[in-house]
Design a protein. Structure first.
Length: 231
């Protein structure tokens, strides 16, 4: 099962023997979690997104109780301190709700006992710390994060290995596979096609009419003048 946690939605696809058997779209994603953090911590949306990405965790465990995060105050106000444990509790509450919807779709599809390979989570929301543990705790199924780096060549920038680019990399790979199959079934004469040679036309600043262009008329007058001089 593939779970793509995006900004506005969470997309689900269940595969069996390489064929999609069930799909669903949950109208919750990373943006809803950001809004919860914004409201729960009484901060602006930009700060809430930064907190979620840098310090957010899908599991609120005891080790976070004594860790505090300092946020700069707005317009000369004093900095605000937020408990990392409370931040994780806010994120865990909403993420648990999303995973419960995912679990419902698994049961509704009828493939609950057939998903031997478990769940693969990808998308921008998959960057949350301890997310696989929360998935396994809620659904009881093995879960891992899907990274696109296993399909990329060595030397790629580190940002491209993020699960948020998994969809883009997957579409490129699928497009390359379809292109290879298309050309593999074509005769060599159709694959190698010479580019057509375009005939270049010489244009002037005057448009030709029934009597000819300005330069054509000028050349004709010059020829007539030379002919008269020879006579």
């Amino acid at each position: 099962m593939l779970v793509d946690i995006g900004g506005g939605t969470t997309d689900i696809a269940i595969f069996q023997d390489g064929i999609i058997r069930h799909t669903a779209v949950i109208p919750f994603g990373g943006n809803v979690i950001t809004e919860d953090v914004q409201e729960g911590c009484s901060i602006i949306k930009l700060q809430a997104e930064a907190l979620k990405v840098k310090f957010g965790s899908a599991f609120a465990h005891e080790n976070l109780e004594n860790q505090m995060i300092s946020i700069p105050g707005l317009r000369g106000r004093e900095p605000k301190e937020i408990s990392q444990f409370n931040l994780a509790r806010i994120i865990q509450a909403r993420m648990t709700e999303i995973i419960e919807y995912v679990d419902y779709e698994i049961k509704n599809s009828g493939f609950k006992r057939k998903l031997i390979a478990g769940i693969v989570v990808t998308g921008g929301g998959a960057q949350m710390k301890n997310l696989p543990q929360l998935f396994e705790y809620t659904t009881g199924m093995a879960t891992r994060i899907g990274y696109p780096n296993e399909h990329l060549a060595k030397g790629m920038v580190d940002e491209m290995t993020s699960p948020m680019f998994a969809t883009g990399v997957g579409l490129l790979i699928k497009g390359m596979e379809r292109t290879e199959k298309t050309y593999a079934n074509m005769p060599i004469e159709q694959v190698v096609v010479e580019a057509p040679i375009k005939e270049e036309k010489i244009t002037t600043h005057s448009n030709p009419d029934k009597k000819g262009s300005f330069f054509e008329n000028l050349f004709k007058k010059a020829e007539n003048w030379l002919a008269d001089e020879e006579k």
